[in-house]
Design a protein around this ligand. Structure first.
Ligand code: SAH
Length: 261
C-alpha cells in the first residue's frame, strides 16, 4: 500500500499560534469544517496528516480526539503545545515528553480512589512508548542548538541557555495553574508530576478506549506559579510554536513508511 492511502496521523494543539507554522508546511491541506472545529487534511513528509486545534480544556480536547478517530480514522494522535513546569528542574524552555498522563482534578472518592477514572480502574494512561521514545530523541537533537532554532534574541529574552528534555508524568485539569500555592499542592499530591496542562490526559483516555497510540510533548511556558501569566502569549509565539513545528517535522521525517501501521 502506498503511504498516501494509509490512515492519517493527527497533530493536535490547543491554541492557534501553535499550529500556524506547521500548517504552512502542508502544501495540499484542505480545510474540513466540523461544527466548532476546522480540520486541516494534507500531507507532511509523505505522511497523511490531519492537523486541528482542540481549543482549551479537557472536554474540548476529548471531543476533538473523538472526531479525529470517528470521522478521520486517524491511526495515531500527537498532542503538542505548552505546559507549566511542576517538578524542580523543569524550567521554562524545557520540553516534557509524556510517558504517563493523569487527570489531576478527577476525584470521585471515596467511591473510587482519587484520580481514578470511574469504572475504568485506571488513573494513569500510558503514552505509546515507541512514539514517546522517537519524540524524545528528536527533542534531544533539536534542543541542542536553541539559537539555530529560535534566534539569539528569543534565547536571550527567555534565558534559554541549555534547555532540557524530560520524560515522565504529565497531569491535566480544567484549571490554568497560576499560583505558587496551587503548584505546591499539586507537587505534594503528585510528587512525580513533571508538568501541568489542560488537555493531554483526556485525549489519552479517548485513545485508550479506541486502542489508538497517543503521545504528548509540551514546551514549558511557565512554572505554574504566581508569575505564570507573565509573557505567556509571547513565549508561545516566539518559542513554543517553533519547538512544536521543529519536533513534529523532524519526527514525521524520521518515520519509515511502514512505521505506525
Ligand atoms: N493565559 C493564557 C491561558 C491559556 S490556558 C491565555 O490567556 O491565553 C493555558 C493553555 O496552555 C492550556 O491549553 C494548557 O494546556 C497550557 N498551559 C500552559 N501553562 C499552564 C499552566 N500553568 N496550567 C495549566 N495549563 C497550562
Amino acid at each position: 500500500m502506498s503511504s498516501l492511502s494509509r490512515a492519517p496521523i493527527a497533530i493536535v494543539a490547543a491554541m492557534h499560534e501553535e499550529l500556524g507554522a506547521l500548517l504552512a508546511l502542508m502544501p495540499d491541506e484542505q480545510r474540513v469544517r466540523v461544527p466548532g472545529r476546522d480540520f486541516w487534511v494534507g500531507h507532511l513528509h509523505g505522511q497523511p496528516v490531519v492537523a486541528v486545534l482542540s481549543r482549551i480544556g479537557k472536554v474540548a480536547a476529548a471531543i476533538t480526539a473523538t472526531v479525529l478517530l470517528e470521522r478521520f480514522g486517524v491511526r495515531a494522535i500527537v498532542f503538542t503545545g505548552v505546559a507549566g513546569g511542576l517538578a524542580p528542574g523543569v524550567n521554562v524552555g524545557d520540553v516534557v515528553v509524556a510517558t504517563q498522563l493523569l487527570q489531576h482534578d478527577l476525584d470521585a472518592s471515596p467511591i473510587f480512589p482519587k484520580y481514578e477514572v470511574p469504572l475504568m480502574g485506571l488513573s494513569r494512561f500510558a503514552a505509546d512508548a515507541t512514539m514517546a521514545d522517537a519524540l524524545a530523541a528528536v527533542a534531544e537533537t533539536t534542543l541542542r542548538d536553541p539559537v539555530a532554532l529560535l534566534g539569539q534574541e528569543a534565547v536571550d529574552e527567555f534565558g534559554l541557555r541549555s534547555p532540557r528534555v524530560h520524560r515522565g508524568l504529565l497531569v491535566s485539569g480544567d484549571r490554568f495553574v497560576s499560583t505558587t500555592a496551587e503548584s505546591a499542592a499539586l507537587q505534594r499530591a503528585l510528587p512525580d508530576a513533571l508538568a501541568v496542562e489542560m488537555e493531554g490526559a483526556s485525549v489519552a483516555q479517548v485513545c485508550h478506549d479506541y486502542g489508538v497510540p497517543f503521545a504528548a510533548m509540551r514546551t514549558i511556558s511557565d512554572r505554574a506559579d504566581d508569575a505564570a501569566h507573565g509573557d505567556f502569549s509571547r513565549f508561545v509565539v516566539a518559542v513554543a510554536s517553533r519547538y512544536s513545528l521543529a519536533l513534529v517535522d523532524a519526527w514525521l521525517a524520521s518515520l519509515s513508511p511502514r512505521e505506525l501501521s
